[in-house]
Design a protein around this ligand. Sequence first.
Ligand SMILES: C[S@@+](CC[C@H](N)C(=O)[O-])C[C@H]1O[C@@H](n2cnc3c(N)ncnc32)[C@H](O)[C@@H]1O
Length: 243
Amino acid sequence: MALTVRIGGDKPEASPESRSRQTPNFDRLAAPYRWMEYFSFGHALERCRFHFLPRLAARRRALVLGDGDGRFTARLLADHPEIHVHAIDASPTMLAALTRRVTDIHAAGRLTTELADLRRWPADEQPQPSPTAPDLIVTHFFLDCLTTDEVAALALRLRTLAAPGSIWLISEFAIPACGWMRPIAASLVAALYRAFRLLTGLDPQQLPDYPAALTRVGWQRLEHHPHLRGLLTSELWGFPRKT
Ligand SMILES: C[S@@+](CC[C@H](N)C(=O)[O-])C[C@H]1O[C@@H](n2cnc3c(N)ncnc32)[C@H](O)[C@@H]1O
């Protein structure tokens, strides 16, 4: 197991094993990523990312994690002129692509970026909320790069540092519980993991149980919308209860 989760103390922590695990390298995918996606899924992933976009108008400070080439960040900044984004990714080439895309729409003044492995972020073990705390967290097809325990550890840190009333926008692959899509989704997800291991060195080889991980540390699912018969999901999470 990559991380140790003390259920009793409700405090997931990174194990030394997880901390030493190699960061996947998405640099070489930055340029072809969009075309690989369109070729394999058409615009389905994009519809998934943008599904709840109109609902984010009241948000002012977004923390966008693992956004890759920045298509979502650029659209978020374009659609909501009052929002500021802090984007974090482990790939300098992806961050450069994201910055270019945002500069092209003249919104670079509302963007900050940070190069970091989100399994070891923030460096401060016990992050504190601040007046500039994010009120929106975004992860599109990023949690699937982590194990369930790594998601739980990240979700706990995010809950600590996010502003009260924050929401977390998530897009993910899913394997439906039953129906004809289930075996197709299972094979497709397995094939994607094999490809990403080959191309980036990604370690996990199965979808994390992120709903369980987030729920365990106090987040609650507010809404979800399935796409492609349950192969994809767009979700909004919040943490209405104080723990
Ligand atoms: C599968 S891509 C998803 C990109 C984009 N969010 C999307 O919707 O397609 C995963 C992204 O997360 C980044 N990433 C993967 N593991 C990471 C880690 N441990 N820390 C920070 N970024 C990571 C990769 O560099 C890449 O940009």
